[in-house]
Design a protein around this ligand. Structure first.
Ligand SMILES: [Zn+2]
Length: 201
């Protein structure tokens, strides 16, 4: 069957069709909670923007769940859209079979992306691939849709990295499912660098 079936209509229609399509990697049951602590990320993603946290005091890029700035100790966090560009910092090829939740039966890559904004973010690829992209490879950030929630995903195709908030893919952890590490499902997660773990307010 032609893989181009959905690409015929207008870009907007195609994007919508893709947004409603099933994710290549995980079942809709694994959709992340769009109104949880990462609400600004998901709200931005729904609009086709990559929105990430910064220290409101000194501007340092913060990890997704970080509560206090490593640089100045401030706890005021500001989320704002960043450039959707980065490069592959590290790759894990995940061998996982979980029928009903994970759609693929072949290994899939989970990428640690170093973004131009200074953030590091865990995600999978925009479209299915069974191989690990090279370290250092430039990527652009697009969006998969899991159960109607847009999640960041790395596009390895320079020409396909456009703004289409089209594809979906990420895997949140539902309450009733054995909770896998979200990052192992290609969901947004901070790539822990040298920062300390989150500090309780
Ligand atoms: Zn700061």
């Amino acid at each position: 069957m032609s893989p181009n079936t959905a690409a015929a209509a207008s870009p907007a229609a195609a994007a919508q069709a893709q947004a409603q399509a099933e994710d290549w990697l995980v079942d809709a049951a694994l959709a992340p909670l769009a109104d949880g602590s990462l609400a600004p990320l998901y709200a931005g993603a729904a609009a086709g923007e990559l929105t990430l946290p910064f220290c409101a005091a000194c501007g340092l890029a913060l990890e997704l769940e970080q509560r206090a700035c490593d640089g100045c100790g401030a706890t005021d966090i500001r989320w704002r859209p960043v450039e959707r560009a980065g490069s592959v910092h590290a790759v894990t090829l995940v061998h996982r079979r979980e029928p009903g939740l994970v759609r693929v039966t072949e290994p899939y890559p989970v990428l640690d992306i170093e973004l131009a904004s200074g953030h590091r973010l865990i995600m999978t690829t925009l479209t299915a691939t069974g191989s690990a992209p090279a370290i250092g490879r430039p990527v652009t950030i697009g969006f998969r849709h899991v159960g109607g929630v847009a999640v960041p995903a790395a596009s390895l195709d320079p020409a396909g990295a456009d703004d289409s908030p089209a594809t979906s893919g990420t895997t949140p952890v539902p309450g009733t499912t054995p909770a896998p590490d979200p990052s192992a499902a290609g969901l947004p997660a901070a790539a822990h660098t040298s920062s300390e773990p989150e500090v309780s307010p």
